[in-house]
Ligand binder design. Structure first.
Ligand code: V47
Length: 442
């Protein structure tokens, strides 16, 4: 059994072994521990129980339709006002162009423009669906949904109805920041409070929409406030089961003068691991490479994270705040990053259905999988998926690629198969194979 030189972390280790639920004191102990390696081992063991050696990514594009926003949050370098030099509004044509590549997910988030009607935001989704009917749309944060409801003087349910009819299939986790009135007063006092954020996600879950949750950390928040945020999410997930993924967002200081530097890698890893262990009812923890940077994101895959988000294309929010990560990533680079972390890459869609695995290459075939622009080909899961039983999250009919061990089969064995039994000649998924893959998942 694992032991630690930190008595407070030892208590967490003992509780994990006994299957006891972790509490606020445990969360604090993890965020404060000097035994970062021990914490990583504990979180990694938990990750492996859930998703074995697999790490997921998605071929996606981020669309930020405008940076003009009615709010002026202190932490946000992205938002502008009408007439500012860097203010922009994307045309529907530009949006169509941006999403017309072969991708699985479009992530839409942007400013709340004072002159745009709700219809314009609906048209954004319609344009995306028209340009790429098979990509799943993960659109608009709870803050934007609340804004639309006020703008149109309609209920949140009615907002969802209109957006779903236009193609929305999931909701991102942005806008949560930190669930603390103290922090809200300092950083984003015009923005709605956490009760409303949670309420809107709860309405989404009730409708059967899957959503994500975020935490913006590394600015003025305390460790207690971080832990409290996690506990509030866990409590809601106990009730609804509708969250798919949790994404700790490392604050990019940019020009804000709030803090002089971004949280350290050690701090990032502690936060990822603490999230994995506290959020025992969240299927996935995302290492968002855009804000963590590639190196820390790669390490996070050994500290409890099972997802790297995606190829993204052009990211504007973190980069407005001077993030030093690249604007987007190629599939090849993501696969390489995941392999370097000793993991098996899995391509997923927005709802965490598996699209394909990238079998571990023999040393001499590794680069053989490269071609043309440096892309790598996934292999459809086929038979493998039939054994990797899909989970139905809390009876909501949501299927995830989470591997279950209680089916009497060790995850390691599945990974072995992924590495050895998949034919060497990798092919892009044909329509037919996509269909088969999708059928296998559900
Ligand atoms: O809500 C703004 C944050 C969020 C900064 O759900 C900043 O899958 C760091 O929510 N430094 C938008 N963060 C991004 C987001 C997200 C990203 C990836 C995946 C998903 C998902 C959601 O970014 C905002 C805000 O909390 N943010 N400015 C900044 N300077």
């Amino acid at each position: 059994m694992q032991t630690s030189t930190d008595p407070r972390l030892q208590r967490v280790i003992d509780k994990q072994a006994a299957g006891d639920r972790l509490d606020a004191a445990d969360g604090l102990a993890m965020l404060e521990t000097h035994d970062v390696v021990g914490l990583g081992r504990l979180a990694n063991a938990d990750k492996e129980r859930r998703t074995g050696p697999f790490v997921a990514f998605v071929l996606n594009r981020q669309v930020n339709p405008t940076n003009v926003c009615v709010l002026s949050c202190r932490f946000c370098d992205f938002a502008t006002k009408v007439g500012d030099d860097n203010a922009y509004e994307m045309t529907l044509e530009k949006i169509r162009q941006r999403v017309s590549e072969p991708i699985r997910e479009v992530h839409v988030v942007g400013g709340m423009h004072p002159d745009w009607r709700f219809e314009r935001y609906v048209e954004v989704l319609e344009a995306i669906r028209e340009a790429n009917p098979t990509a799943q749309i993960k659109a608009y944060t709870a803050v934007e949904i609340d804004f639309f409801a006020h703008l149109e003087k309609i209920s949140v349910d009615e907002v969802f109805e209109r957006l779903e009819a236009a193609g929305m299939q999931a909701m991102p986790g942005g806008g949560a920041e930190v669930f603390s009135e103290r922090v809200r007063e300092i950083m984003y006092k015009e923005k709605m409070g956490h009760e409303r954020w949670l309420e809107i996600h709860e309405i989404a879950h009730r409708r059967g929409l899957r959503t994500n949750a975020t935490l913006l950390y590394g600015h003025v928040e305390t460790y207690e406030e971080r832990v409290n945020h996690l506990l509030m999410l866990r409590e809601m997930q106990d009730r609804t089961g509708g969250f798919l993924s949790f994404i700790p967002l490392a604050f990019q200081p940019g020009y804000t003068n709030i803090v002089s530097r971004q949280a350290s890698a050690i701090e990032d890893l502690r936060t990822i691991a603490t999230s994995r262990l506290m959020l025992d009812n969240f299927p996935h923890i995302k290492a968002y490479w855009v804000m963590l940077g590639e190196e820390t994101a790669s390490m996070a895959l050994q500290w409890g994270a099972d997802d790297l988000d995606g190829t993204i294309g052009e990211e504007l929010i973190a980069h407005a705040a001077l993030a030093s990560s690249p604007a987007g990533m190629t599939t090849h680079k993501l696969v390489k990053l995941i392999r370097e972390a000793g993991r098996l890459p899995v391509q997923r869609d927005a709802l965490y259905n598996v699209v394909g695995v990238y079998p571990a290459p023999g040393s001499d075939t590794h680069w053989a999988q490269r071609h043309g622009d440096g892309g790598v080909d996934p292999v459809p899961m086929r038979g493998l998926l039939a054994e990797a039983k899909a989970l139905d999250v809390e009876g909501h009919g949501v299927k995830t690629w989470e591997m279950v061990t209680d089916a009497g089969r060790e995850v390691r064995e599945l990974a072995q198969k992924a590495a050895t039994e998949i034919p060497a000649e990798a092919v892009w998924l044909t329509e037919e194979l996509q269909q088969e893959s999708a059928e296998n998942v559900v």
